[in-house]
Design a protein around this ligand. Sequence first.
Ligand code: ASP
Length: 324
Amino acid sequence: MSKIECFEIGEFGLLIHGGAGAPAQMTSSQSRKFHEVLENSLKAGWAELKQGAKAIDAVMKAVAVLEESPLFNAGGPGAVLNSQGCIRTDAGVMRGEDLKAGGVTDLRGVLHPSQVARLILEKSSAVLLTSEGAEKLARENGIEVHEDENAFIIESRRTQLARAKARSSDGMSTDHDSETEEDEAQNLRDKIGTVGVVAIDKNSNLCAVTSTGGRVNKPIGRVGDSPIPGAGYWADNESLSCSATGVGEAFLMAAAAKHLAQAYSRPVTIETALSNTLREVERFHGDGGFICITKERIGAWAYNTPAMYRGYMDSKGEMKTFIV
Ligand code: ASP
C-alpha cells in the first residue's frame, strides 16, 4: 500500500528526497542532522527560484547540498560501494521546457555528478555518457575529477559493503535494506539514500534531477534507473517533473518516471497516477518512491517503503522536512 500526499506549491517551489527505505533508529541529534541537510538543500534551491532563476538552476543548487553531505548516497562522500569496493556514481537531469536531458553513469572521483549530467544536457549531442567520456567532458569544462577515485570513500560504507557481501556475495541491496532491527539500529547510515530534486519556477518551467551511488555491492558496470530519463527522472512542462528512488532495476523495467508522466497526462489525479505507477514498479518486484510537481503546481510524493526522506518549500517560504 503506497503512502501518498499532495499539496499546493504556489507560484514557485521545490521538493527533494534523500532516498526511500526503512526508518532509522536515531537519537534526536542524529535526526536533527538529517533535517538540517534537507533544509539547507531546500533553502538553496528556493533562494534561486525566489529571485527568478530557472528551475534547472534551482535543482542544481539544491542537489549539490545533498551530494556534498556524507549522510546521503550520492556524489562524493556518502556514496555506497560497488562489489570492488569503489564508488561509481550515476546522475541525470531533465528540463521540461525543451525536453532535453543529460545522464552520466559509472562516474569516478567527482563531487557533484549532477553537474556533469547538466554539462551533457547543455553541451553534448549525446543524452548519456559513461565514465571515461563523461570525465573527459567534466575536465574540459573545469569540473574537478579526482585522480584518486577512492578519495571520497567513508569508512561506514566499507562496513556496509562487508555486511552486504556476508549476506550474499553477488547480491545487490538498496542502501536502505537491513536484515534485522539490530542491524538497523547499528547501521544508521544504511538507511539513507539516493537524492533527487524537482522544481517549478516563476515561468512555469519544470525540472528534475536524480543523483546516486547506486546499490550496495553492485556489479562493475551496473547502471540503475537514476541516470536514465524516463526511468529515474522526467520533466515535461506539459505534464510534470519527477525524481525516483528505490530498486533501480524495477524502476528501469517499469520505465517508471515516463510511466508516471503518461499516467498523469490522461484525465486522472496525480494521486491515482502515482499509485498506478508504484503498482507497475511492484510488478517488477521493486519498491521505492517518487517526488513530483505537476504543471498545475501541485507537489506530491508517494512511496511503498516504510519511509522516505523528503521535504518541500513552497512559494510562501513554508518548508517541511520528514525522515519517516
Ligand atoms: N535507484 C537507485 C539505483 O538503483 C538506488 C536508490 O534509489 O537508493 O541505483
